[in-house]
Each structure stands twice: as structure tokens, then as C-alpha cells.
Design a protein around this ligand. Structure first.
Ligand SMILES: NC(=O)c1ccc[n+]([C@@H]2O[C@H](COP(=O)([O-])OP(=O)(O)OC[C@H]3O[C@@H](n4cnc5c(N)ncnc54)[C@H](O)[C@@H]3O)[C@@H](O)[C@H]2O)c1
Length: 442
């Protein structure tokens, strides 16, 4: 304990507004879930901020408070929700349409609350999400104008809902694949391109820019480029705002980032890894478009290369064949099935196989991540941590990092990094797992 080394974290005061871009399956499951939890009707399972503990000091000290008692996080009762969506459904209708939660147990009892959350008109352009049509869309003179309208929405929401602070989480559809180019290098070039309605400026970038200009932290739950480029990273730094992404790490990729470190730790080879998914929700339909799928594919493919490091272990991973498929299959709705076939090899090169069949629920896995990200981004902002929040890469498939740094994908390294950051914030010792002191003292 050396509290004098703790960073200054502004206290949690008043309400925290959580604005979701997109009010589809994930966002509605998150909002309805929080309300059920607040009413004592369900437990926040899957949320590290609500259920996780953190060890402090030596193993012999027996100090392991809940994370939410250790760091000053907004209380669930102080959360207020808002959203944008090109589809005009309120949160009640969005929940029913998504079909994730049991209507009688978790939707009808809070119907009035859910109906009160109506999406604001979206900055939406079908060129970036081909398989979606919406009527609740902003009209404007151009991209700059739309972005200014988003800024006005943010300010109005804050006043209307009497919030002390805001945080924005992108829970909207995956946009088409965009490679960063000259319009993304500097803020000047970016704003110029916005003025010129350049196609390299996607709607998600307008939300991110608006958030930064209003000093609101922004977390990106989809694989779109959004704020993962120098112009907006610089803007986040200069304005002192927390940003991060990309793509919630929930199902198959979470499993991948647990199994692949195991192979590497034991120096087992991987000849091939075939991953396929069937899912039937709107996300699945959007990802059925090859351009949106390309964005998702890039995000899902990267993890193995980084974790297994074929350049360091060419014999073990140099020839690995990695394939990821997503198949839209309506009968399953939000209940995704993710199959993995992994061909590994061991001692003297003998082959073995591992099969994983994860019958998961996409939005049930994602909702607690939205909650944790909202609370941790708000914490980061109050702690003065500006720019990319790499310590929250635990939550992302494709973590945003400082230029020149490769992302850390191993789930348990990410978990350790997150907890050590919380210890560092509060002036507690880092836990290195060295442990030699227990034996020397003995
Ligand atoms: N486990 C998971 O569910 C998971 C994991 C990782 C990433 N994601 C990503 O999270 C996002 C949301 O997933 P979902 O299942 O809720 O999808 P969804 O299709 O149910 O909801 C997305 C919503 O975003 C809206 N939208 C699209 N473009 C918009 C814009 N420009 N502005 C505002 N709203 C817009 C759509 O109308 C839709 O209602 C997707 O991009 C998905 O790839 C989900």
C-alpha cells in the first residue's frame, strides 16, 4: 500500500449517460440486462466490473476486494441510456425483434422503461452497410453537417438526461472494409475529406469525431476502422479523451486466444485451424455481404499470427493454414454455433486433432462487455488517461495499439494487464507472479 503513488481519479458524481451507436441485438440486450439487474431480477454474469475481484499485495495477505469496490466506477443505478439507429424501433421492439431475452421474464416486466428509449436519427449511408435499410436517418448537406448534428445530439442528450458524464459505445453494424489512407493520417486531411464528402470517411468515423469534439470517450465494438488511425488518435490525445477498439471479443476468437497460447506454451505445432460459424441474426445478415465480411475476417484472422509468431517458430507454425467462415443461417437467430477444427502436431511430428463446438449466444456474451467498457472508459476518462486504452484490449478481437506496437491477444495476458493497470491507478503494487519472496522469507 502506497497511496501517495495513486493517480488522481476524479470522483464518480451524478449520472453517467451511455450512448449506444446502434440499437440492435447487442445494445438492447445490454440495456434490458442492466435494468433487470437494477431491479434485482437477474445477476450481472459475464461482467468483470460487477463480479470480478482483484488480488492486492502478497498471496498471504488475503486481500481480494471486488473490482467495483476497489476502483471508483459508476454505479448501475446511475446509468442512463440513449442510442442512434437508422431503424426507428424503440428498445422494447428491438429486444423483441432480436429475440435474445425471454419475453415474459426479462422484457415485458420492464416494457415501459424499454419503450422510453427511442433511437435518435442515425448518420447512416447504405454504401457502408449494404444489407441494411433504414428510415430513421439524418439528412444533411454533407458529412461535416451530419457530424455536427451528432455533436448537437450528444450535447442535447446530456442536458435532457441531466448527465454528469457520457460515454459512447459503437454497437452498430459492421461497415465495409476500408484501408487507412492519406485522408486518415492527419486531422487536417481528415476534416478536409469530411468537407469534401470523401468516400474514405465512413459514418462510424463521424460518430467518433463528434464524440472526441464533445470530449466523450469512445469504444468501438465492431471491426470498422472508425477511430483506429493517426488523425483521430491524435485528436483524442490533444483533447484528452479515451478511445479504443476494435470488435468485441466474445465467442470463437475468445476461445482462439485461450487455446493458441496453450499450444505455444507447450511448443506444440499447428498445421491448420479451420473456423466456421452459423448465425441467423441481423449481424449475420450484414456479414453475409462480402465487403462487411472482409472487415470481420481481417479482425478474426489476425490473432493467430500474433500469438503463435510463425516468424520465431517457423517449424511449428510457419505452414499453418488458417480459415474463418461466417455463414448466415436464419433458423439459429442470435444463437450462433462456432466450430473449430484444429490440426496440431506433437513429439516427433505426430498429428492430433481438437474440435471445439461452441453453442453460444452472441448478444448474451457481448452485453456484459458493453457494460464493462462503458464503466472502464468512464474511469479512464476520470483518471486523465487520454488516447488509446490498450489496457482494455481484454475486450477486443483486434486491439488498438500505439503506432509501432503489435497488439497483445492472449486473453490472460490481457487480463493481467487490465488488473495491473487498476493496481497502478490506485497506487497498489504490481503483481508479477515472481513469488520468490515467499521462499526467501521462509
Ligand atoms: N458477440 C457479438 O454479438 C459481437 C461480437 C463482436 C462484435 N459484434 C459487433 O457488434 C455489432 C452489433 O451486433 P448486433 O448483433 O447487435 O447487430 P444488429 O444488426 O442486431 O444491430 C446493429 C444495429 O446497428 C444499426 N446501425 C447500422 N449502421 C448504423 C449507423 N451508421 N448508425 C447507427 N446505427 C447503425 C443497425 O440498424 C442495427 O440496428 C456488429 O457490428 C457486430 O459485428 C458483436
Amino acid at each position: 500500500m502506497a497511496d501517495q503513488r495513486a493517480r488522481t481519479v476524479a470522483p464518480v458524481r451524478g449520472k453517467l449517460g451511455v450512448l449506444c451507436v446502434g440499437l440492435g441485438a447487442v445494445a438492447s440486450t445490454f440495456i434490458a440486462g442492466v435494468e433487470n439487474i437494477r431491479r434485482g431480477k437477474a445477476r450481472p454474469i459475464g461482467s468483470l466490473t460487477q463480479m470480478g475481484t482483484i488480488r492486492l499485495g502478497k498471496r498471504t495477505e488475503g486481500r481480494a476486494p471486488l473490482i467495483k469496490d476497489f476502483v471508483p466506477l459508476a454505479d448501475l443505478k446511475d446509468l442512463v441510456f440513449g442510442a442512434w439507429d437508422p431503424i426507428p424501433d424503440d428498445c422494447y421492439t428491438a429486444c423483441l425483434r432480436a429475440g435474445v431475452l425471454d419475453r415474459h421474464e426479462h422484457v415485458e416486466p420492464i416494457a415501459e422503461f424499454l419503450k422510453s428509449i427511442k433511437p435518435m436519427p442515425a448518420a447512416f449511408d447504405q454504401n457502408y452497410v449494404k444489407r441494411l435499410e433504414g428510415t430513421n436517418v439524418k439528412r444533411g448537406k454533407g458529412k461535416r453537417d451530419l457530424a455536427e448534428q451528432l455533436r448537437a445530439d450528444i450535447r442535447d442528450f446530456k442536458t435532457r438526461s441531466r448527465c454528469d458524464r457520457l460515454v459512447i459505445v459503437w454497437c452498430a453494424s459492421t461497415e465495409i472494409f476500408i484501408t487507412p489512407g492519406p485522408t486518415h493520417w492527419t486531422l487536417e486531411a481528415f476534416e478536409k475529406a469530411m468537407d469534401a464528402n470523401d468516400p474514405s470517411i465512413a459514418p462510424s468515423m463521424l460518430y467518433a469525431w463528434a464524440a472526441l469534439m464533445e470530449n466523450v470517450p469512445f469504444a468501438n465494438g465492431a471491426p470498422n476502422l472508425t477511430c483506429d488511425f493517426p488523425a483521430l488518435e491524435q485528436l483524442a490525445k490533444t483533447r484528452g479523451v479515451a478511445i479504443g477498439g476494435k470488435d468485441f471479443k466474445t465467442g470463437q476468437t475468445m476461445v482462439k486466444t485461450v487455446l493458441s497460447p496453450m499450444f505455444k506454451a507447450r511448443m506444440l505445432g499447428v498445421a491448420g485451424w479451420y473456423s466456421t460459424n452459423i448465425l441467423g441474426n441481423r449481424d449475420g445478415e450484414v456479414l453475409d455481404d462480402p465487403e462487411s465480411f472482409k472487415t470481420k475476417e481481417e479482425s478474426k484472422l489476425g490473432v493467430l499470427e500474433y500469438i503463435l509468431q510463425p516468424q520465431l517458430y517457423p517449424e511449428l507454425y510457419g505452414g499453418m493454414y488458417h480459415k474463418v467462415r461466417i455463414n448466415y443461417y436464419p433458423p439459429r437467430g442470435d444463437n450462433k454455433e462456432g466450430w473449430d477444427n484444429i490440426d496440431i502436431f506433437g513429439w516427433l511430428g505426430y498429428p492430433m486433432q481438437i474440435k471445439v463446438d461452441f453453442l453460444c449466444r452472441d448478444s448474451i456474451l457481448a452485453a456484459p462487455l458493453v457494460l464493462d467498457l462503458a464503466l472502464f472508459f468512464d474511469l479512464a476518462q476520470r483518471a486523465g488517461l487520454a488516447g488509446i486504452q490498450e489496457w482494455l484490449s481484454f475486450y477486443f478481437k483486434s486491439p488498438q495499439t500505439a503506432p509501432g506496437l503489435y497488439p497483445e491477444h492472449d486473453l490472460f495476458i490481457q487480463h493481467t494487464k487490465l488488473k495491473n493497470t487498476l493496481r497502478w491507478l490506485m497506487g497498489e503494487e504490481q503483481i508479477t507472479h515472481l513469488g520468490i519472496e515467499y521462499y526467501h522469507e521462509a
